[in-house]
Design a protein around this ligand. Structure first.
Ligand code: AMP
Length: 447
């Protein structure tokens, strides 16, 4: 007897998202599309595979992402390629490559998709994770920073999140930051020997990176280091003050966090993070900021930009958690129900039954039908298991009269409805009850 083959499991740190959980993902993505479109953002899709150099140059050669976390491999023609660890660099590359800067005005783009970082997997941290992000290219106006944050907050509100905190900082620019880095390097001189090995190295190569060290024992030392906000140049100071004023005007609360430098080198001026108390240790829901020199770093023209990236895995966790704690209506998170199950009895009924299913589906109603001959009781059991709102029963008598039985699965009540009228009957009943039923009318307009 042959032995059964060993099952193959998903790669560590990656996971399958299965229904009904995928419903929450779709809701979050639909919410993002809706809110981003309201702010005139349009979607961009860039490749998952990029040249390694793109990230080394933009994210920064000394960041954790580039030194330890990228999935980098040599292609068959010996070119070094990397699975994207983030998407801002790709969006800016595409912006330059397609000459979008030649079109006047600002560009507002959004994206969603998988990113790859070889981190230690834990709840809320994966090696393949998903981000939803947006970028504005072509303006350094502080009102844009505030508008981006306003949009983010509206989005979080729309997906049902309430308890989160906006952490805000300015990391200066290419003009004023070197001065701060000097001060920081000096301050680190006397304490670095007591810090972790990574910080000892960073203190020399890129002192700013010390500020986002996650090692617990280093935190009290980091807290005493000089604050970047005391070393902003006049233009960066003015920019930051204006961002704060714009936020106040919009009624957006924030916490100034001078150690927030984010783990990527390309950030300038405004940087931010939103944390959620609904998450555990990995409480950063999203991060972002300005990157005014990034286009030039990648060989493009000067094009100031600002963007953010939401960790979709964590957002879904937080949204589900909020729903459980009744912050959001739970109904929203339930997979929408099936409109109808078509139950047919006897071979002659199969043709008309599948014809009815086709008609209802063309009207945008979600319908299931079984093709194996089945007893009525079993069909109704299947309808109930699938959460169908109605069961439509077609047997010999119904075929003869052209009037089918429509059974309300929640009350058990039954009505006879003329076959041609069933779609409008179901729609009317569903609308009356206010139930959320899967429908795709926006995709498939009814006749
Ligand atoms: P970053 O691109 O590092 O600025 O991260 C932006 C957001 O992506 C974070 O706030 C997280 O929510 C999410 N994120 C980053 N790395 C991971 C990961 N390994 N697993 C899950 N989410 C992540």
């Amino acid at each position: 007897m042959s032995k059964r083959a060993e099952p193959i499991r998903a790669v560590k740190g990656t996971r399958d998202l299965l229904p009904p959980e995928t419903w929450s993902w779709q809701k979050v993505e639909d919410g993002a599309r809706g809110v981003f479109q309201a702010y005139n953002f349009r979607e961009v899709r860039t490749p998952i595979l990029e040249r390694t150099e793109l990230f080394a140059r933009s994210v920064g050669a000394d960041t954790d992402i580039v030194t330890k976390e990228m999935y980098t491999f040599e292609d068959r023609d010996h070119e070094s390629l990397t699975l994207r660890p983030e998407a801002t660099a790709s969006v800016v590359r595409a912006y330059i490559e397609h000459g979008l800067f030649n079109e006047r005005g600002i560009h507002k783009l959004y994206y969603m998709g998988p990113m790859f970082r070889r981190e230690r997997p834990q709840k809320g941290r994966y090696r393949q994770f998903y981000q939803i992000g947006a970028e504005v290219l072509g303006s350094d106006h502080p009102a844009i920073d505030a508008e981006v944050l306003e949009m983010l907050l509206l989005f979080l509100e729309r997906v049902g999140l309430r308890s989160f905190t906006l952490l805000l900082n300015s990391v200066g620019c290419a003009k004023c930051r070197p001065e701060y880095v000097k001060v920081l390097r000096r301050a680190l001189g006397s304490v670095k020997s007591t810090m972790c090995v990574d910080c000892q190295r960073r203190a020399e190569s890129n002192p700013l990176r010390v500020l986002d060290c996650k090692v617990e024992a280093d935190q009290p030392i980091i807290a005493k280091l000089p604050s970047i906000l005391d070393h902003l140049g006049p233009e960066c100071r003015q920019h930051f003050d204006r961002v704060l004023a714009e936020l106040k005007q919009r009624g957006i609360p924030y916490e100034i966090t001078p150690r927030l430098v984010r783990g990527l080198d390309y950030y300038t001026r405004t940087t931010f993070e939103i944390t959620s108390s609904a998450l555990g240790a990995q409480n950063a829901l999203l991060g972002g900021g300005r990157y005014d020199g990034l286009s030039e770093m990648l060989g493009g023209p000067p094009a100031p930009g600002i963007g953010f990236s939401i960790g979709e895995d964590r957002l879904v966790l937080a949204v589900e958690e909020a729903a459980r704690s009744k912050e959001a209506p739970t109904q929203e998170l339930k997979d929408a129900a099936l409109a109808a199950y078509v139950a047919w009895l006897g071979d002659p009924a199969l043709g008309p039954a599948s014809e009815l299913a086709r008609r209802l589906r063309r009207q945008g109603l979600s319908v299931e039908i079984g093709y194996e001959p089945t007893k009525l009781k079993k069909s109704l059991g299947a309808a109930s298991k699938l959460g169908a709102r109605f069961a439509i029963i077609i047997g010999d008598g119904e075929l003869a009269s052209g009037r089918y039985q429509v059974k309300d699965m929640s009350t058990g009540g039954q009505e006879e409805v003329e076959s041609a009228r069933i779609a409008s009957y179901l729609k009317g009943r569903i609308q009356e009850s206010g139930a959320r039923i899967q429908h795709y009318e926006t995709l498939i307009p009814g006749p």
